[in-house]
Design a protein around this ligand. Structure first.
Ligand SMILES: *Cc1c(COP(=O)(O)O)cnc(C)c1O
Length: 394
């Protein structure tokens, strides 16, 4: 019996456990102080009432023989696929077809599982700093040729085209952790690069719902992307589904590599290894697209956006150089010169009782930054910003 030795190649991440440990230690030593977490990486507002109502109704349907549902279709019921098509694509002038959409239990699974249909011989390009899932799943799959695309203040945190041509490129905008977006022109550069070099773009659009201006929400808003890109979407940040679990992946039929259709391969992969999303969850997702659901979710998104904007303006006023915070729940703060991410983390905890996430935990180029998030309450976010202003402001 042999194991997948690639797992031994994974580097251990102590980021979130160390953050939690330091927070606990501080709180234990200062029981009278209120610690505020601007490090929360999960949504905090409850599901929209329209979603809850749809779930209750679906549960009731499961209780009677006439309306009971067994295995769902592998790729999603037509009612949800049609709602996705209409609301997320057709209404934005994007011509995607129903059998190009695959409903799933979330974008994290799909970002990892996509490796099943790709060769480990590929050269894979990953941004630095980055959402750790892309790197770790490639290491597990035995991908050896991984190149890093630096995302720094110099390139506005959108990677420049690499000299070494990769086979696969992971892009995520609005970005986690930097909170930055790629413009239409920047995305078009990447799409053209991928088309010219016959590479595949894996586009993670988990935060598209935070976009309020004409920044592209989908890679397919860029001409030619259907011939070079797969897109991952999720109801997690869009509609508070982190605990419900639902997302989807778009694999256009125009994607042909090595004489094979990626759409057919992904369909086969999902049908073999995945038995579909629960009916109750699909009804919940459908309700996200109802008029009430849209309005209710928009309120929640506006709440988070207001927090992000508060953090961005408050910290900028205090003299910090900040990025992101627009079209995104994340603010990326440049720590004072001469300090490391962790040194600033400790300083912020000591002086303001505010917890952040050290950027160095997201990759080498995250060193010198920390991530602040918009997922705490409005009141506590104001309090945290006021404390930072009082401690650091000029
Ligand atoms: C939160 C997040 C996701 C969503 O993952 P789910 O599995 O759908 O909850 C995907 N990508 C990034 C970068 C994220 O931050």
């Amino acid at each position: 019996m042999k194991v997948n030795k690639n797992f031994a190649e994974l580097s251990e991440s102590y980021l979130f456990s160390t953050v939690a440990k330091k927070q606990r230690a501080y709180q234990a030593a200062h029981p009278d102080k209120e610690v505020i977490r601007l490090s929360i990486g999960d949504v905090t507002k409850p599901l929209a009432p329209a979603v809850i109502e749809a779930m209750h109704k679906a549960v009731d349907e499961m209780a009677s023989a006439e309306t009971f549902k067994g295995y769902p279709p592998e790729y999603g019921y037509d009612f949800i696929l049609d709602a996705i098509l209409l609301n997320d694509y057709k209404s934005r002038g994007i011509d995607i077809e129903r059998d190009e959409i695959f409903l799933s239990d979330g974008a994290k699974s799909d970002c990892g599982n996509i490796g099943d249909i790709l060769s480990p011989e590929n050269r894979v390009a990953i941004c630095d700093p980055v959402y750790p899932v892309y790197l770790d799943t490639n290491v597990m799959n035995g991908v050896k040729d991984i190149i890093y695309l630096p995302c720094t203040a110099e390139n506005d945190f959108v990677p420049s085209l690499p000299v070494q041509v990769p086979d696969v490129i992971y892009l995520c905008f609005p970005n986690n952790p930097t909170g930055m977006c790629a413009s239409r022109e920047q995305l078009a550069q990447w799409v053209n690069f991928a088309l010219e070099n016959h590479c595949l773009i894996l586009f993670d659009s988990a935060y598209e719902a935070f976009i309020t201006d004409d920044t592209p929400k989908s890679i397919y808003e860029i001409e030619g992307a259907e011939s070079c890109a797969i897109e991952f979407r999720s109801f997690s940040k869009t509609a508070g589904f982190t605990g419900v679990r639902c997302g989807y992946t778009v694999v256009p039929k125009a994607l042909k590599f090595d004489g094979m259709s990626l759409n057919a391969m992904w369909a086969r992969r999902q049908a073999t290894k995945f038995n579909g999303v629960s009916y109750i969850t699909q009804k919940a997702a459908q309700a996200v697209y109802s008029e009430e659901g849209k309005a209710q979710n928009e309120e929640t998104l506006a709440y988070y956006r207001r927090n992000a904007s508060l953090i961005l303006s408050g910290l900028t006023d205090s003299g910090f150089r900040c990025f992101g915070g627009v079209n995104s729940p994340y603010v990326w703060l440049e720590v004072p010169r001469g300090m490391s991410s962790w040194e600033f983390f400790d300083d912020l905890l000591e002086r303001c009782q505010v917890v952040c996430t050290p950027g160095s935990g997201f990759g080498k180029n995250g060193e010198g930054y920390v991530r602040l998030t918009a997922f705490n309450t409005y009141e506590r976010t104001i309090e945290a910003v006021n404390r930072i202003k009082a401690a650091f402001g000029k």
